[in-house]
Write a protein that binds this ligand. Sequence first.
Ligand code: M6R
Length: 610
Amino acid sequence: MCGIIGYIGKREALPILLEGLKRLEYRGYDSAGVCVSAQGLTTVRSPGKIKNLEEKLAGRSLSASVGIGHTRWATHGPPVEKNTHPHADCHGRLSLVHNGIIENYSELRRKLESQGHVFSSDTDTETLAHLIEQLLSDGASDLPSAVRAALKQVRGTYGLAVISQDYPDVIVVARLGSPIVLGIGDGESFVASDASAILGHTRRVVFLDDGEMATLTGDGYQVRSLDDSPIQKTPEEVDWSDEQAQKNGQPHFMLKEMLEQPDVVRNSLRGRLDLGDGLAVLGGLRDVADRLRQIDRLIIVACGSAYYAGLVGEYMIEANAGVPVEVELGSEFRYRKPIITPQTAVLAISQSGETADTLAALREAKMKGALTLGIVNAVGSTIARETDAGVYNHAGPEVGVASTKAFVSQLTVLALLTLFLGRQRQMSVTYGNKLAQELLHLPDMIQKILDQRQNIELLAKRWAGASDMLYLGRNYLAPIAFEGALKLKEVSYIHAEGYAAGEMKHGPIALIDPGFPCLVMCPEDSLYEKTKSNIQELKARGGPIIALTTEDNQEVSQFADDVIFMSKTIEMLQPILSVIPLQLFAYYVAVSKGFDPDKPRNLAKSVTVE
Ligand code: M6R
């Protein structure tokens, strides 16, 4: 995944940039580059490892005290030199590095080309350099004003750092959906996408929030909003180790990534909802929109948590978009004889985009003539490249082996896909709008659950001694029961089973006794009474109950041993909230048993073998 570093001060910039890039290597990348500003800008870029870049730099004297650097993970265009950041305008007078995706880059590029701009890469990022150049030549008063005006025209996400030979004393930076941290030194300033890149130089940092821009000089920084209002931000001292910096100060990646989930949902939704017409605007599906209108069946292929996300997607899409859906495990799909017609679309869901079983299923579907789609987090991954069209999660890198934020983002994108397919069919504009509005409320609702994490921790400690657990839910929440049980198994090694609540009496109830706790999702939804009856059946056998219900419900506490509350949303979106307490519960059980949830035994983050 991409990384940004920048320096302005009195020291030689280049060694600082290279060291910063090396500290960002853990995020993964496929090319790297730097641009320094002395008398004019000098850019050196190279595909491959940072040592290739160093070899290109060897013997060159690039004395400068301002510069930016970048590690790129290819998205738009292959990892070759011309696509490596930093990118420049037509005349090489400004240079920038960017993390994120400019979704409307094709429109912007067409317009800029018609104005005479000559592009030299396949990237979305280069568009920004030309747009800023154009705005400066149209009369923008200075570099920050031109960057601000450019960002107002952009749809997408960015963490951005810009330098210019005409404004040699500043680095202009901005953030929307992709992290930016400023480092404040003595007569020098730094910028990075990740604090670990700069903590060797300063521990005084300012984290930009979405919608904020900053102008960095050797003497300090100024933060303003995109609307140009001043924002006061006081530096904080961080005493994190390098490893802690990568975890944003949290003890584990798993917790850091769970805490990121409100932003993850915001990023997955960003620029993708048209509230007036109640539509999902999915740029990655634009070219296949007509074919999607014709499909009469969708097959979802995925593994593990992504498969469970697919099961939730089946409930969402069938009930709200009216398209028949089947969900298949990647490992099973290609050994069956799947029936694929020209009206079948096959959707692969994968965080890594590299899971061998999902990829094999996708290739099989493609060979049989299906339209292939992807919901993928790792931009530029094999599945992303091999599908005909798709939607990126924009969840950011997920390091924790147990999937948390990627899963929540997969559900969010599936909700967007439901809206997209539904509005192509019978879904009304009124319902489309309701769904869109409700999606926008999710980040705050997730935050409310995260804010209860101390209670969930206490509860987890209370139940950590169990040797088995049963997770139950109905309808949209049945797959969340599977996912909750998987989370607990993965990180705490407690045997756990997920069941559709109504299925429990067909077998698993035989296991229930006072030593076998059940976590039951029981929101006040259309099946509330039925789930309540299941709880009574468990109680009658002495089974302890942890219930997850919607806030204001007083009733469930009367028969559950412990209750967790969440906000109520429309039924289709309730799984996005319901999984959060289950993730936290699994995490805290693991920690209280002394296990490291980031390193579950026998598991790999990306399973690239069959
Ligand atoms: O990268 P993918 O989404 O394709 O990975 C699929 C599964 O391997 C993954 O979800 C796995 O089940 C996780 N460990 C779950 O926490």
